[in-house]
Design a protein around this ligand. Structure first.
Ligand SMILES: NC(=O)c1ccc[n+]([C@@H]2O[C@H](COP(=O)([O-])OP(=O)(O)OC[C@H]3O[C@@H](n4cnc5c(N)ncnc54)[C@H](O)[C@@H]3O)[C@@H](O)[C@H]2O)c1
Length: 247
């Protein structure tokens, strides 16, 4: 299969887009360490996917979680070739209402977790080359209101990704960014609570719908994990139905 021999860490890998990535990567032959704070979702994932997945319960904001994930990949699957920094928690408030705690939540689970997992993965990734996929957002590119803490962290992740793509290119470690729009269970709750806002967002998506986590977003991540994208690094890929065109 296309991803035979790949071993990936997927943060937030038990549900939402991360859960879809875990499923698609394992279906295509990869082995996955799924890291998540949701123990129930992790147990369900392990019951479903069996030996192809190792679940690690942990908060990505803690550096120890990143170190434990790297160690678990080697212990269970013998190596680590890929890292998907997908988890990111944040609160939506107007800029003047954001507290120090709100800023810390977004930067600790977003930028610093991405940094810590990249550092923890590096000793293994450099052995035979590898692929890192980090997550940005149209909220950062577009400057969406109420998203100051989240958008700032997301754009910092894109900057970090470009620098490290250049620094690690010589070791054949690629670093790319995906900016998705996807109808996760959380987004579905928001749609049900604010149907008019949901319709307004859909109206700005040329392909006319939110993406499906498993059908639309995870395959783009699988492409970046696999060798078909061997000549791509430092890029931002918009998995958003055409909502934003990067220049
Ligand atoms: N869904 C979208 O339309 C959309 C749009 C733009 C960007 N994104 C980005 O895509 C990524 C995935 O989004 P999603 O909608 O699937 O997210 P989500 O909120 O559904 O959460 C995904 C998973 O992350 C886990 N998680 C949350 N905080 C964690 C923590 N501190 N430590 C470990 N695990 C944690 C959750 O338990 C869940 O299983 C995120 O980086 C998000 O910012 C999503």
């Amino acid at each position: 299969m296309e991803l035979d021999g790949k071993v990936a860490i997927v943060t937030g890998g038990a549900s939402g887009i991360g859960g879809a990535i875990t499923r698609v990567l394992t279906r295509r032959g990869a082995r996955v360490v799924a890291v998540d704070i949701d123990a129930d979702a992790g147990a369900a994932l392990e019951a479903d996917l069996g030996d192809a997945v190792a679940f690690l319960e942990g908060d990505v904001a803690a550096k120890e979680t990143a170190d434990a994930a790297g160690a678990l990949a080697v212990e269970r699957f013998g190596r680590l070739t890929s890292l998907i920094n997908n988890a990111h928690a944040s609160r939506q408030k107007m800029f003047t209402d954001l507290t120090e705690e709100d800023w810390s939540l977004s930067f600790d689970t977003g930028l610093l977790a991405t940094r810590n997992f990249m550092l923890a993965a590096y000793p293994e990734l450099r052995k035979e080359g590898g692929s890192v996929v980090n997550f940005g957002s149209g909220a950062g590119l577009d400057g969406q209101v109420t998203q100051a803490a989240y958008a700032s962290a997301k754009e910092a992740i894109r900057g970090l990704s470009r620098v490290v793509a250049n620094e690690w290119a010589g070791e054949k470690i690629r670093v790319n960014v995906v900016c998705p729009i996807a109808l996760t269970p959380g987004v579905a709750n928001w749609r049900d609570a604010y149907p008019q806002m949901y319709d307004a967002v859909v109206a700005k998506i040329p392909l006319g719908r939110f993406g499906d986590p498993e059908g639309d977003v995870a395959p783009i991540v699988a492409f970046l994990v696999g060798d078909d994208s061997a000549y791509m690094t430092g890029q931002t890929l918009m998995a958003d139905g055409g909502a934003i065109k990067l220049h």
